[in-house]
Design a protein around this ligand. Structure first.
Ligand code: HH2
Length: 261
């Protein structure tokens, strides 16, 4: 177990846990630099919330939010852009990002695949049932792990067929995206089955509502749940942990690694 930490930099007014905190570019850049210092090897910069029920923003608005932040962070950090829009992905790569984190796994803008292929950029493909407006309305699966695995296998094929280097593709089961508490726990328990896809796994549990369903904690009180679920995910095979609280997660991972030897 030796996961990379991906620090979350949300340049949004409405993200579920830190909306409005880093809407100002200067504050977002300072936050990103702090996360890098705390141990984040990748900074994931996003300008549109994907929380359940979130409203969409235009590409212009999204780019106005993330563009300056990516420009300032990318000379000294590996930056991914959390977007599903082609113009935002393209401008972000032009501005110094090297990875596109697409929570729709190329379903919203299939052209992102050709863009990543042409630029030699990394690509994260995530599973989501439905879209952010509807995803938490009674999600159902035959077997959540089998269904998510089949989806990711198919999306991986699509990306490779469009010319994206397989070596640059990472997969993510999308914790909290169209899943009940039991679905999320089942996925985290059975990450070894998703590893059979042969690509690195990105896991984002940070501050998510399923943690609160376990112990009743509010979003601002889920640090312990975030750290526990992140460490368990790493122990079960996650390669990248996408978290808001990088310092605390880094410390927990180091201790877990030392114990495992
Ligand atoms: N989760 C969120 C956003 N992007 N990308 C990947 N690959 N995996 C995730 O689990 C994931 C993601 C949601 O978290 P956050 O960015 O904090 O919230 P919001 O979407 O409200 O900005």
């Amino acid at each position: 177990m030796n996961p990379k930490l991906m620090g979350v930099v949300n340049v949004t007014p409405d993200s579920f846990s830190d909306g409005g905190l880093f809407l100002d570019a200067k504050a977002a850049v300072a936050h990103g630099r702090q996360l890098a210092e705390d141990g984040a090897e990748i900074l994931d910069v996003g300008g549109e919330s994907t929380r359940p029920g979130a409203e969409e923003v235009s590409a212009e608005e999204e780019l106005a939010r993330v563009g300056p932040v990516i420009g300032a962070l990318s000379p000294t950090a590996t930056v991914s852009v959390d977007t599903s829009k082609l113009p935002v992905a393209e401008a972000a790569l032009n501005g110094g990002a090297s990875i596109v984190n697409d929570v729709t796994a190329l379903r919203r803008a299939p052209e992102i695949a050709a863009l990543c292929a042409e630029r030699g950029a990394g690509l994260i493909l995530m599973h989501m049932l439905g879209d952010p407006r509807t995803m938490q309305d009674d999600p159902r699966y035959d077997d959540v792990v089998d269904d998510v695995k089949a989806f990711l296998a198919e999306r991986l094929e699509v990306a490779i067929a469009a010319g994206v280097e397989e070596e640059g593709i990472w997969l993510d089961p999308g914790i909290g995206f169209g899943k009940t508490l039991e679905h999320n726990l089942e996925l985290l328990r059975r990450l070894d089955e998703l590893r059979e896809l042969g690509r690195p796994l990105v896991i984002g549990t940070s501050r998510k509502s399923f943690l609160g369903k376990i112990d009743g904690s509010r979003v601002e009180d889920r640090l312990g749940g975030t750290v526990a679920s992140s460490v368990m995910a790493a122990a079960n095979g996650a390669d990248v942990l996408r978290v808001h609280d990088v310092a605390e997660t880094a410390q927990a991972v180091r201790v877990a690694e030392a114990i495992l030897g």
